[in-house]
Design a protein around this ligand. Structure first.
Ligand SMILES: CC(C)(COP(=O)(O)OP(=O)(O)OC[C@H]1O[C@@H](n2cnc3c(N)ncnc32)[C@H](O)[C@@H]1OP(=O)(O)O)[C@@H](O)C(=O)NCCC(=O)NCCS
Length: 81
């Protein structure tokens, strides 16, 4: 999942929560097993919604290369099965 964002004027009104629920439902319908997000600022928001902190070797191989250049990012994963 790349860049989940709510406009600053509309934050804290559960819109992020609704977007995440919609993305999770779509992911289930696509038979995906996991969602991952890389974030610098919002890791607690995701942790409170079922994501867990993960290590770089849990990322898809292509994303592991990208992560090497962006080590400040936190890796979070949600099991959706
Ligand atoms: C993270 C984000 C999507 C949340 O959207 P939102 O619609 O404001 O969130 P919700 O209304 O569903 O949830 C609000 C709750 O989350 C908390 N919260 C909001 N932003 C947070 C953050 N960055 N970190 C931790 N908690 C956060 C609020 O305090 C509130 O808590 P409460 O229910 O205990 O009062 C939004 O803050 C955002 O767009 N941030 C900038 C982009 C970003 O960092 N995206 C994630 C990385 S891709």
């Amino acid at each position: 999942m790349a860049f989940l964002a709510v406009h600053p004027d509309y934050r804290n009104l559960s819109r992020g929560e609704k977007l995440l629920k919609h993305i999770t439902l779509q992911s289930k319908n696509l038979n995906l097993e996991k969602l991952f997000v890389l974030t610098t600022r919002s890791n607690h928001w995701f942790l409170e919604r079922g994501f867990f902190a993960a290590k770089v070797d849990m990322l898809p191989i292509k994303k592991q290369g990208l992560y090497n250049y962006q080590r400040y990012l936190k890796i979070l994963i949600l099991n959706i099965k």
